[in-house]
Design a binder for this molecule. Structure first.
Ligand code: GLC
Length: 545
């Protein structure tokens, strides 16, 4: 008998702290702002539908940082940047969240620090410094130039020459984000103690950033050329197949060491960010589980972001992925995050509601990106307001992430009620209509759809379980599946198209519990023939067969 992973059935809400709520009026969101808005996320009254009902918050980085990559360049792993508040604010956030039944997940960035981190300042100070080997230093190539052909995700070589010592240091992201050398045991010990610092404060979740870049080929061989790369059209980072600069075999033991730390804490869990090769995607995701201590860790799967909005594509992926998971492996589904275009912009407003129903009725953990529960869309950023270093360094390819990081739309007040002054990124032009206050007053809104679905998920034995049964409907636009656990059996039917769709099942009769596009009153429904209006999705409790 396998114990269920701590996060089974949970909903995690991702907050990008800069953009959630500005508590001190400086135009940037902060921790006190998040505390003010906790009741919106979960007011701690089970059964209450005037709050979302999420179970955990994932906070993108709030640590001291020069903000070259908006906090993913950390200069102190054990404190809070003054822009976001203080460590006392963080502690208050933990206790206020816990009081409402919300757990905290921090974003942990193991692969690189800021170039302003004292470790790197020391490392760079001389070739003989005790911290020299904490980062990756190499001599240039014979004849000049960087040590090899490895590239930075954010454009250009992954190597930066340091004039003082004449050597190059490696940076998989910006030059201001030097890569740590995880092959050095002192680095691993320091990073594990940083994890313990937050776990000791009551954090139970760790989202591990950029795992793919933690371990590199120890011989530093050149990556081979990617023959499918189209110069000018593709992200230049894809010019080479990154078989040596990423995911070296020692990664498995590093992840297990980290997971072992998490395991020391009751309820501790670790979720990793890794974007595997898409050529054999189901097998690639399943392989990742072999890398972890699966009782306390699991990888995201990003197919909710990557796949085209097509019923056969989702059916093929989810059916195969679920079938390949071993008992105790936790699937983690997501539709959006701070690095990708928003779901409502990618697939359309109505389809995004259908997608939300899928997300919140699949097994495992559902991650909700802040604002997606309102149907927030990407915002066009005028050139003079661009913030993301990715867009600045590799412009014009649509790689910039500012459009999906704009301020949360709280109300129709100026600046969407996010702040009292000009915010760090512009608010969406449609905020006067599309905002949390307006949607809270409209039971037909996206917000209420999320509230109903999360409430259902929190209280439904079937949705809290891990079982998933494929359903063959033979309709090209409808994806359906059955969830059964604890004496409850549900069927989910999702119409991916803008046309009505009729499907037939042999599931007998049921009770319509929730719909994606409309409000339903727990009506009895025959399952031998179900007509789904355009983009409609139904969760139906099967009452007889
Ligand atoms: C991850 C983060 C991204 C960041 C990068 C470097 O991919 O999600 O936002 O820029 O790592 O830390």
């Amino acid at each position: 008998m396998t114990n269920s992973p701590a996060l089974l059935g949970k909903v995690v809400y991702q907050i990008y702290p800069r953009s959630f709520y500005d508590g001190n009026g400086d135009g940037v969101g902060d921790l006190p702002g998040i505390i003010e808005k906790l009741d919106y996320l979960n007011n701690g009254r089970p059964g209450s539908l005037d709050s979302l009902g999420i179970n955990m918050i994932w906070l993108s980085p709030f640590y001291p940082s020069p903000m070259a990559d908006f906090g993913y360049d950390i200069s102190d792993y054990c404190d809070v940047d003054p822009l976001f508040g203080t460590l006392a604010d963080f502690k208050r956030l933990v206790s206020e969240a816990q009081r409402r039944g919300i757990q905290l997940m921090i974003d942990f960035v193991p692969s690189h620090t800021s170039d302003q981190h004292p470790w790197f300042v020391a490392s760079r100070s001389s070739r003989s410094d005790a911290k020299r080997d904490w980062y990756i230093w190499r001599d240039g190539a014979v004849g000049g130039g960087p040590p090899n052909n490895w590239l930075s995700v954010f454009g250009g070589s992954a190597w930066q020459r340091d004039e003082a010592s004449g050597q190059y240091y490696m940076h998989s992201f910006l030059a201001q984000q030097p890569d740590l050398n995880w092959d050095n045991p002192e680095v691993r010990a320091a990073m594990k103690s940083a994890m313990r610092f937050w776990l000791d404060l009551g954090v139970t979740g760790i989202r591990v950033d950029a795992v793919d870049w933690m371990a590199k080929d120890r011989a530093f061989r050149d990556n081979p050329v990617n023959r499918r790369y189209r110069p000018g059209a593709d992200d230049p980072y894809h010019a080479f197949d990154r078989i040596y600069s990423q995911n070296a075999p020692q990664l498995t033991s590093y992840l297990r060491e980290m997971a072992a730390v998490v395991k020391e804490y009751p309820g501790g869990f670790m979720v990793t960010e890794t974007y595997p090769d898409r050529r054999n995607i189901v097998a690639e995701y399943l392989k990742l589980y072999d890398q972890y201590l699966t009782e306390v860790s699991a990888p995201f799967n990003f197919e909710g972001i990557m796949l085209p909005w097509s019923a056969p594509d989702f059916k093929a992926f989810v059916d195969q992925f679920q079938a390949g998971l071993q008992p105790g492996h936790l699937p983690i589904y997501v539709l959006g995050n701070h690095d990708n275009s928003r779901v409502a912009s990618r697939i359309g407003r109505q389809a995004a509601r259908t997608a939300a129903m899928m997300l919140l009725t699949l097994p495992g953990v559902a991650f909700v990106y802040y604002g997606d529960e309102l149907g927030m869309e990407d915002v066009a950023i005028p050139p003079d307001r661009i913030q993301d270093p990715f867009e600045r360094r590799v412009p014009g390819l649509g790689l910039g992430r500012d459009p999906n990081r704009t301020p949360m739309q709280w109300s129709a007040a100026p600046q969407a009620g996010f702040t009292g002054r000009e915010p760090w990124l512009p608010v969406a032009p449609n905020y006067a209509q599309l905002n949390a206050a307006a949607e809270a007053a409209d039971p037909a809104s996206v917000l209420w759809e999320y509230r109903r679905l999360i409430h259902l998920r929190n209280t439904s034995p079937a949705l809290q379980g891990s079982e998933y049964e494929p359903l063959e409907l033979g309709h090209p636009a409808v994806f359906g599946y059955v969830r059964e656990h604890g004496g409850q059996r549900l069927v989910v039917l999702l119409n991916f198209s803008d046309q009505a769709a009729t499907v037939h099942t042999e599931l007998g009769r049921g009770l319509l519990l929730c719909a994606a596009q409309s409000i339903q009153d727990h009506e009895p429904i025959g399952l031998s023939e179900v007509v789904l209006p355009p983009h409609e999705g139904y969760v139906i409790a099967i009452t007889s067969s």
